[in-house]
Structures are given as structure tokens and as C-alpha cells.
Design a protein around this ligand. Structure first.
Ligand code: ARG
Length: 381
């Protein structure tokens, strides 16, 4: 990637670098080290490791995870994600250890490399890249974007939006920083905004060949392709902190693969996102003036059929909400068999369409915050 767009003035809400994080809480460090050794009995003596950790924390206010601890911590943070239905494969998370990278340019290059590796030409691999942690007096870098790939939103004079309305503010902010990359389409990929621990943020475009997208078509309705809808193949959350044993990694973008309903029942369907249900219902010839025609429900199903069909035809990994619900219950049973609680938030686990037609609807879950975890830290400004 060659084109950086250096910011002329700092982005408003990232202008002040995050203040120093305090000293690591030794109780959190100890809990993690004990958990690591309990689940990895071949890792040796936890007491020897604990002594070294305590010494390092006393000297420097923090300690450094071993590669094995980092990998375990990132995987268990996924296992503990109470909103995620796709946790059956938590052990397969590929961990890219880039803790030596803290410059904005380095984060940009490695984030693009992450996308290429994780995309795998369509064979998507759950992957996380872990950059430099916060240390006392030395905050780590951050990616301001919610995900590595997201579409710009441009407001029109009549109040409607071209593109994704969720990112209107973000789009305005990157334009103020000097971004001129957008062609003004409904699917312009936003640039990355990277805030280093110290210094000004960096704006950079994600190269087109690192972004796999799928144009949407419907197996039975030829007109569907004419709607010009598409979506990106890889959902890569980039603004959550990875917390392991009292250490915070503020820059740790991670991805899985999509469940079709995220795109078909939310991103393209929500009234405050792409709002495509009225358009599709119109093309289906449904009576949109009468709620009891269930035109929304019909349109929703056809849109979701199109998403699953198109990804599959393009050879891009995707899952459906029925299969994923069953897998989640398998995961739950395995966790219980291992003597662990599997925290789950019903309101996130139940799919946004056909809820009661999936098995995850018909029960309650134990929900509690476990560590390690992916968390949203308020940006410290
Ligand atoms: N729901 C978000 C989106 O549509 C992505 C969240 C993570 N999803 C996943 N399958 N790993 O972009």
C-alpha cells in the first residue's frame, strides 16, 4: 500500500492521545495466569510464572504475555463473547502476534495484510492481529473505524443518504481530514483512521485488491441483480480492546465469517441502514400499503435467500442462521461438559429473522462478564 493521506489537522475526537493506563491489577494478572495453567497443564509451573509476572508488574507496572498466553487469551476472549453465536470454532482462531508494531503506518500495513490472509480468496479464516498493548505512560495505537471494511454514507439535501447511513458522521470526519477517495456510490469503502499512541492520526485507503465483495443476485428473480446491491466478504471488528489478565490491547482487529442474516436482515434491511425491504417488496409486486400482506416478511426472506445464494455462488464462506443456531447449542453443550459456563445474551444470540424457528430461541442463557474479553472502552479523550 503506497498511499498514505497524512492528516493536516487531527481528527476531532482523537485529537488528544489516550492518557497513560494505570498499573496492571495483579489480581487480574494472577487470575489469568492460573486459568492459563489450569487449561494448559503442560505449560509448566504456574507459581514460577506468577513470581516473574509479579516482579515485572512491581518494576514496570505491566508484564508481557508469552506467545502461548496471548494466543490462549485471544481465543478465550472469543469463547467469552456473549453476543456471538459463532463460537463453536473458538479454538481455530488464528492469532497474528504483531505486538512489536505501534506506529500508525505499521498498523495500516498489517491491517491490510490481515485482510488478505483472513479473506483467503473466499475461504475465510477467523483471524486476529494483536498490536502493541497499553503500557503505563505509553498508550498503544488504536483504529478509529468500527470495522476494517465499511461503506461511506453521504447525506443528500432531502435528508436521505447515499450509502450506509450508520457512517454519515464518520464519513464527514474523514472528509474533513482530507479524504477525497469516495466516488460517491452506495458502496464506497471508507479509509482507515489510525491513532498512534502519540502523535497525529493517519488516514489511509485500503487497497481495492485487499477487499473482497460479493454482488447480490437471487436464484429465482433475475431483476434482483439489477438492484445493484453488494456486501463485503469479511466482517473485521477493529475498535474493541482485547483484555487479557489486566493488560489492554486497544488495537486488535478480529474477524470471523458472516452469518447471512447480519447482511440480509440488518445491514441491508434496517430502516436506518440500507432500508431495502420496500424496494424489494415493490419489485415482488406485494401490497406495501397493507401490513397484513406481510410484505416486509416476504421481502426479508427473499433478500436473505439472495445473500446466501450469492456468497455461495462466489465461493465465499458464509453460514445461515438455522445451521449456526444448531452449532451454537453444540458449543453450549461442549462448554458445559468441560465444566464451564458459556455466557450468552439472548437478545443478541437469537437471529434477527425467524427467531422462534431456530432452537436458540427456546431457552434462557447464563449471562455474565468473563475475562479475557473483547470490550468497548470509551475512547479516553
Ligand atoms: N454484524 C456485523 C456486520 O454486519 C458484524 C459483526 C461480527 N460478525 C461476524 N460474523 N463475525 O458487519
Amino acid at each position: 500500500m503506497r498511499t498514505w493521506i497524512r492528516s493536516l489537522r487531527p481528527l476531532e475526537d482523537t485529537a488528544v492521545p489516550a492518557p497513560a493506563r494505570e498499573t496492571v491489577d495483579m489480581r487480574e494478572a494472577e487470575r489469568f495466569v492460573r486459568q492459563f495453567h489450569a487449561e494448559n497443564p503442560r505449560a509448566g509451573d504456574p507459581l514460577a510464572r506468577l513470581r516473574r509476572v509479579a516482579r515485572d508488574v512491581a518494576r514496570s507496572g505491566t508484564y508481557t504475555h508469552t506467545a502461548a498466553e496471548l494466543e490462549f487469551g485471544a481465543r478465550v476472549a472469543w469463547r467469552n463473547s456473549n453476543r456471538c453465536i459463532g463460537r463453536l470454532y473458538w479454538r481455530s482462531l488464528k492469532v497474528r502476534d504483531r505486538r512489536d508494531v505501534s506506529s500508525a503506518e505499521g498498523v495500516a500495513l498489517e491491517s491490510v495484510a490481515h485482510l488478505r490472509e483472513a479473506t483467503g480468496g473466499g475461504r475465510i479464516r477467523p483471524t486476529i492481529t494483536v498490536f502493541a498493548p497499553d503500557r503505563p505512560g505509553r498508550p498503544g495505537p488504536r483504529i478509529v473505524n468500527e470495522q476494517l471494511i465499511r461503506y461511506a454514507g453521504y447525506p443528500r439535501a432531502d435528508g436521505s443518504v447515499v450509502g450506509d447511513p450508520r457512517y454519515v458522521d464518520f464519513t464527514r470526519a474523514v472528509r474533513a481530514l482530507g479524504w477525497r477517495g469516495g466516488a460517491g456510490t452506495r458502496f464506497d469503502v471508507l479509509p482507515l483512521v489510525i491513532q498512534p499512541g502519540r502523535g497525529e492520526p493517519l488516514l489511509c485507503n485500503v487497497p481495492g485488491d485487499a477487499i473482497l465483495e460479493v454482488p447480490l443476485a437471487h436464484p429465482a428473480y433475475p431483476w434482483f441483480a439489477g438492484l445493484g446491491l453488494r456486501w463485503h466478504a469479511v466482517p473485521a471488528i477493529s475498535n474493541m480492546c482485547l483484555e487479557i489478565g489486566g493488560v489492554c490491547y486497544p488495537c486488535a482487529p478480529f474477524n470471523g465469517w458472516y452469518m447471512g442474516a447480519e447482511i440480509g436482515a440488518r445491514n441491508l434491511a434496517d430502516h436506518d441502514r440500507y432500508d431495502q425491504l420496500p424496494v424489494i417488496a415493490g419489485r415482488l409486486g406485494l401490497d406495501v400499503r397493507n401490513e397484513r400482506s406481510l410484505w416486509r416478511d416476504h421481502a426479508l426472506v427473499e433478500l436473505n435467500v439472495a445473500v446466501l445464494h450469492s456468497f455461495e455462488a462466489a465461493g465465499v464462506t458464509i453460514t445461515d442462521h438455522h445451521t449456526e443456531s444448531r452449532r451454537f447449542l453444540t458449543h453450549l453443550a461442549r462448554e458445559e461438559a468441560a465444566g464451564r459456563v458459556c455466557p450468552a445474551d439472548w437478545s443478541w444470540i437469537v437471529p434477527p429473522l425467524s427467531g422462534a424457528a431456530t432452537p436458540v430461541f427456546h431457552r434462557y442463557y447464563d449471562d455474565r462478564a468473563l475475562s479475557p474479553a473483547y470490550v468497548h472502552h470509551p475512547r479516553m479523550v
